[in-house]
Ligand binder design. Structure first.
Ligand SMILES: Cc1ncc(COP(=O)(O)O)c(C=O)c1O
Length: 389
């Protein structure tokens, strides 16, 4: 009775680990969470207040499918502040970046088409393609090349069925940034083939070096750029994101949105108007700084214990850590760590198959004291398991 497509979807180990972690917590045990890919900070107060005010003012009905104009104008202003002129008509508000991905799959893929995605990469990407009868074809990224997608990778993987590429910068789980020159080459090559490039920028603003945020839109206007209020803006539960699309796709995209979702959440949109206020931006930037400091704290502790971090993240809030020296496959490593020491980390297999047995992802979405406790427990585990540095 149920579709083959739904049966094919792989379960997330991270969700199973989270469930186990919650069981330990119900028994009164303290769990260290390095598995969850969302900020531990709750939404900044100015946004919360705007949400409450919107509810009180009765802003509870459908909005236009594209999203309210004032919010699209704020986003356009945000790009303008970074030197980019983007018309609000090209900005579409979505239900998280996830909602944007569903609509983009509907816009860009037909049954039988293929879309290139990266391995390692965000695991849900293949499901968006599959949902519309297309399929995702993975491109392996190597630690030796800093997990960066190159135009050569794209050329090698391209076949007659491939219609485009989906790539993230900063990326999940590696924190890698795609350098502007690489993006330019990939985008030019793909354009010559009549293909599309979706650039997932949902970790924008969470860049550790003091470099200013530069959107891929500065490189090419033909990109389909995904963004979200989830990560930098700390609004995961509000389910709000946006996409910037080329002008000629606007009408089709709106039609899809009207039919599939009617409109994004009204309350979330009115709350998000405040996400760009100077007060809220100060809070978001402070949090981004804290993530960068945590990256240093956690990576220093792990390196000290003999773990390898082949590529130090340039952004997002993850470390993709090589655990080969433990001699334990990553899935087993994660389950033993949660069962015996109540530390939750995500195995590489959640992000692909390429060398995934050898990698785990740590999310530093937890406070310093927790990071220290986690490190202490992992050190104990390694001692007990007889792992040498
Ligand atoms: C790379 C990437 N893209 C998209 C998403 C979806 O985010 P959301 O739907 O909350 O905006 C995530 C969530 O973790 C992600 O890591």
């Amino acid at each position: 009775m149920y579709s083959a497509r739904s049966a094919e979807i792989n379960p997330f180990t991270v969700m199973e680990l989270l469930q186990r972690a919650q069981e330990f917590e119900e028994q009164g045990k303290r769990v260290v969470h390095f598995e969850v890919g969302e900020p531990d900070f709750t939404t900044a107060q100015p946004i919360v207040e705007a949400g409450i005010a919107a509810l009180r003012a009765g802003k509870t009905q459908y909005t236009s499918a594209q999203g309210i104009l004032p919010l699209r104008e704020k986003i356009a202003e945000f790009y303008a502040n970074h030197g980019l002129a983007i018309s609000p008509s090209r900005i579409h508000i979505t239900s998280g970046a996830s909602g944007g991905l569903v609509l983009l799959a509907g816009l860009l893929l037909d049954p039988g088409d293929r879309m290139l995605i990266t391995d390692p990469g965000y695991p849900c990407n293949q499901v968006f393609a599959r949902l519309v009868g297309a399929e995702a074809k993975t491109v392996r990224l190597d630690a030796a090349r800093e997990f960066r997608l190159s135009v050569e990778d794209v050329e090698t993987a391209w076949d007659k069925q491939v219609k485009g590429i989906l790539v993230a910068s900063p990326a999940n789980p590696t924190g890698t940034l795609l350098p502007p020159d690489d993006l330019r080459r990939i985008s030019q090559w793909t354009k010559q083939r009549g293909g599309f490039v979706i650039l997932d920028e949902i970790y924008q603003g969470l860049v550790h070096k003091n470099s200013p945020y530069v959107s891929g839109l500065a490189i090419s206007d033909d990109l389909f750029v995904l963004n979200s209020f989830s990560k930098f803006f700390g609004m995961t539960g509000w389910r709000l994101g946006w996409v910037v699309i080329p002008e000629d796709a606007e009408e089709l995209f709106v039609k899809l949105a009207q039919n599939l979702v009617i409109s994004p959440s009204s309350i979330a949109q009115f709350a998000a108007l405040e996400a760009f206020s100077p007060e809220a931006i100060v809070i978001h930037q402070q949090r981004a700084k804290e993530f960068a400091q945590r990256a240093e704290r956690l990576s220093a502790g792990l390196l000290e214990m003999g773990f390898k971090i082949p590529v130090m993240p340039e952004g997002a809030f993850y470390l993709y850590v090589d655990i080969a020296h433990t001699g334990i496959p990553s899935d087993e490593f994660c389950w033993r760590l949660i069962e015996e020491y109540q530390v939750a980390v995500t195995p590489g297999k959640d992000f692909g198959v390429h060398s995934s047995d050898q990698f785990v992802r740590f999310a530093y979405t937890t406070a310093d004291a927790s990071i220290d406790l986690g490190l202490q427990r992992i050190a104990e585990a390694l001692r007990a398991w007889g792992v040498k540095r």
